[in-house]
Write a protein that binds this ligand. Structure first.
Ligand code: N2P
Length: 384
């Protein structure tokens, strides 16, 4: 069954990308500028010199919050002696802005599909030498030639998922099946002050555009303005725009509904079974996040050596399965399937069926039109 949906995925993954403009990267240093998330040396901190492997150096990993089983850092260190230092970004635009603003020293980034394309164009990524990865064959072929990175020339797919609605079963007899529960002011007023949306302009516009019946990656200014007005119309009912801790707000009961990422909500549901996630009937954004090597790590053989060990480790069948069972996102790693929890593999909101896949859409690279998104996003953020 999964095979069928993956061929659907293949078709969808063909529809997703365009072009973008120039800029440059940054200076030197490894000052891991914490973008608003905390910097966490989750690697087990100081090396235990008694048993541990000899110091294998440090690798700087720039990723999304709660996007890896934290035990993996310690396990990797145990096996390789390499300390991984994690730093967090909240959106693809945040990642790009941090790097363009001068943050450096990172070895591996985790951008989504359209941002991979942008970063390749900006020469921010090193090429991937697949011959250095013993585990390369573990990936499902569906994911090995994405249009945003032909033949995985630069990056390795890490996880994929959707952007839908997290809700609390206690509040509903029937699950909320529509974006209207967030975007219709009257419906949203039922949970006034208890709804979050992602602090992520492409995701917010993407969901609003899909609700309006437009493409999630529109480059039509009038359509985007309509989406902006839609969000402005419900802003008074939002608790906040929040991407890193929104699931925690749902866990404490402070919020009752969120625009969120599939795995974040399902991982929270492990702690509170009343939390659940749906892909609305109008459709939703889907994405593939990727492990990509920074251009400066690519120019340094020692750093590169650590990077390939890290990528190979994350792509190992047992580690990919362990990681999936912690993050609750869908894995592109076919070899991991045997080790992935049945509840994950059979959850249609994690691995959607073919019919649902037809309603999913990639955000796509909107090129220079990104400026229009930014302007309208600022208008949303600035409004009272
Ligand atoms: C994990 C965030 C998932 C990334 N907290 C969505 N692209």
């Amino acid at each position: 069954m999964k095979k069928i949906l993956l061929s659907m995925f293949m078709i969808l993954i063909m529809i997703g990308v365009a072009a973008c403009g120039p800029s440059d990267t940054a200076d030197v240093g490894g000052e891991t500028d914490t973008s608003g998330g905390e910097e966490a040396d989750t690697s087990g901190g100081e090396a235990d010199t008694s048993d541990a492997k000899e110091d294998g150096g440090t690798l700087y990993f720039y990723t999304w919050s709660e996007y890896i089983d934290p035990d993996i850092y310690a396990q990797f260190k145990e096996e390789t002696g390499i300390t991984v230092v994690e730093d967090i970004f909240g959106s693809n635009e945040d990642l790009l802005a941090k790097l363009q603003g001068g943050a450096t020293g990172y070895d591996v980034y985790v951008p989504s599909d359209y941002m991979v394309e942008i970063m390749i164009e900006l020469d921010m990524l090193a090429e991937l030498d697949q011959s250095r990865l013993e585990t390369i064959g573990n990936l499902d072929p569906t994911f090995t030639n994405p249009p945003f990175d032909p033949n995985m020339g630069h990056c390795l797919p890490y996880f994929w998922g959707t952007t839908g609605i997290g809700y609390n079963l206690e509040d509903w007899d029937e699950p909320p099946d529509s974006w209207a529960y967030i975007f219709d002011p009257e419906l949203a007023s039922n949970f006034s002050g208890q709804i979050t949306m992602l602090d992520d302009m492409r995701e917010v516009f993407g969901s609003a555009l899909i609700y309006l019946g437009y493409s999630a990656g529109t480059t039509d200014e009038a359509e985007l303005a309509e989406a902006r007005d839609l969000v402005l119309g419900i802003k008074e009912h939002l608790y906040s725009f929040e991407s890193d801790t929104y699931e925690d707000l749902m866990l404490t009961g402070e919020t009752r509904m969120s625009q969120g990422w599939s795995g974040d909500i399902f991982a929270a549901a492990v702690e509170d079974e009343n939390l659940w996630y749906i892909i609305p009937k109008e459709g939703a954004v889907m994405w593939v996040d990727n492990l990509c090597i920074s251009a400066d790590a690519g120019a340094d053989p020692e750093r590169l050596d650590r990077v390939y060990q890290w990528l190979d480790y994350l792509n190992r069948a047992d580690i990919a399965a362990q990681n999936t069972n912690w993050v609750w996102y869908a894995s592109p790693n076919a070899a991991a399937e045997d080790g992935i929890l049945e509840e994950i593999l059979t959850e249609p909101a994690i691995y959607p069926d073919a019919e649902t896949m037809e309603r999913l859409e990639f955000l796509g690279n909107v090129g220079d039109f990104t400026e229009t998104y930014s302007r309208m996003w600022t208008e949303i953020k600035a409004a009272d």
